[in-house]
Design a protein around this ligand. Structure first.
Ligand code: DOR
Ligand code: ZN
Ligand code: ZN
Length: 428
């Protein structure tokens, strides 16, 4: 199969190529990038006015299989990812059973082979059963195909156990993805503390819940030499610490999610659990700090923390509803609307944060759009304006705070290994 993509704005962070070109794909590879190329192809895509990027890579999703298939399955999560422009995703380990053994990693990969249109890169847990006590056999999980390790959803509160986990990860050169939340400070809190929490008479948590663990784990990473990746940074202090640690040469990378650079706690409509996630929405000064950190490179990646939950679960009162929102199908639009349109990120920087850097963080050979590379490609129209409609989501779950929001930026095609796995034109 040969596909030609004509007249798109090709953005390749690996070569810094940014210009209008035609791209030829043969089988699973990009074989030619040249202006005006007219080589014959079975399918020609007109990408005039579109960005053509290396396939987007989401470092942080929750597919609920095994154990919570009523929220999402690998098949539905992967379809949502493809619709969102992602060619590869990293599902976190907080399933039931937990992804804490090579057998569980193999289970995910086997399922993915049969059911997923996008690449599934499993993340193994740091401790057995996510219980925070006994470190897993990371080497065995890595051999089975785990690309990184994380306790996401929780923090390992016993610093001695976490230190052991980081030492083990350092020994095998693996990245540890860090969910920073002090579980003791958190207790029953359900949102950021301050006026909105007081008005709603719910208990709030301070910035320190995130910042204490960020500080602790940066120190542990420095000591153990482990590669630490900070998940979903949401506070001004966490990105300040990340910047200082990077200056000191700590092997640190950091991500941010669209909801954290878009919304503040003031935006939460009373009782609307689609605005409840961990870490919580913060203050305007935090959002500003996150945007600055995206611009100056302290934040390396944009990930979604796609966290599907059922309508019944999210219909509970705010304090009892589970944390998390879906993100796969809104990330591109929010990044274009909130960051690229206002000039905070260039289109090239968007390609870096959503594809090139995630690939580099995991040591993948993808995330590049150059001759000879694997043809994982995302084509999006940055000028398409529309209103986000959760009823169109491919995800099983609809728990988004962005339903009804007017945005710019639409994914038109997602191509994995030279095959079109999503085409907007085929949707009604
Ligand atoms: O909001 C969140 N939801 N944050 C997490 O860390 C976990 C996730 C989930 O699993 O639902
Ligand atoms: Zn998390
Ligand atoms: Zn998460």
């Amino acid at each position: 199969m040969r596909i030609r993509i004509d007249n798109g704005r090709v953005l390749d962070p690996s070569t810094k190529r940014d210009g209008i070109y035609n791209i030829l794909i043969e089988e699973d590879r990009v074989t030619k990038i040249a202006a005006g190329c007219t080589d014959p192809a079975d399918r020609v895509i007109d990408a005039k006015g579109c960005y053509v990027m290396p396939g987007l890579i989401d470092l942080h999703v929750h597919f609920r299989e095994p154990g919570f298939e009523y929220k999402e399955t690998i098949a539905t999560g992967a379809r949502a990812a493809a619709r969102g422009g992602f060619t590869a995703v990293c599902p976190m380990a907080n399933t039931n059973p937990v992804i804490d053994s090579p057998e569980m990693v193999s289970f995910l990969l086997e399922k993915a082979k049969k059911e997923s249109p996008v690449k599934i890169l499993p993340i193994g847990s740091v401790t057995k059963g996510l219980l925070g006590k006994e470190v897993t056999d990371m080497a065995a999980m890595k051999a089975a195909g785990a690309v990184a390790f994380s306790e996401d959803g929780k923090t390992v509160m016993d610093a001695a156990v976490y230190r052991k986990g980081l030492q083990q990860a350092a020994a095998i050169g693996a990245v540890v993805m860090d969910h920073c939340e002090d579980m003791d400070l958190l207790k029953e809190s359900v949102m950021q503390e301050g006026t909105p929490a007081e008005a709603r008479r719910v208990s709030g948590v301070s910035h320190a819940s995130e910042d204490l663990i960020t500080a602790r784990d940066i120190l542990l990473a420095k000591e153990t030499g482990a590669r630490l990746h900070l998940c979903h940074c949401s506070t001004a202090a966490s990105v300040w610490m990340a910047g200082e640690a990077k200056k000191q040469g700590v092997a640190l990378t950091a991500e941010v999610c669209p909801h954290h650079f878009t919304l503040t706690y003031e935006d939460i409509p009373e009782g609307d659990t689609n605005y409840k996630m961990a870490p919580p929405l913060r203050e305007k000064k935090d959002v500003e700090a996150l945007r600055t950190a995206l611009k100056n490179g302290v934040l390396d990646a944009i990930s979604t923390d796609h966290a599907p939950h059922s309508a019944e679960e999210k219909a509970r009162p705010f304090p009892q509803a589970p944390n998390g929102i879906v993100g796969s199908e809104t990330a591109v639009a929010l990044t274009i609307t909130e960051l690229v349109e206002p000039g905070i990120l260039t289109p090239m920087e968007m390609a870096e944060k959503m594809s090139f850097h995630p690939a580099q963080i995991l040591g993948l050979e993808t995330g590049m759009l150059a001759e000879g590379r694997i043809a994982d490609i995302t084509i999006l129209d940055p000028n398409a304006e529309y209103v986000i409609d959760k009823n169109k989501f491919a995800s099983k779950a609809k728990n988004t705070p962005f339903h009804g929001r007017k945005v710019k930026g639409k994914v038109l095609y997602t191509i994995v290994d030279g095959k079109i796995v999503y085409a907007a034109e085929e949707e009604q």
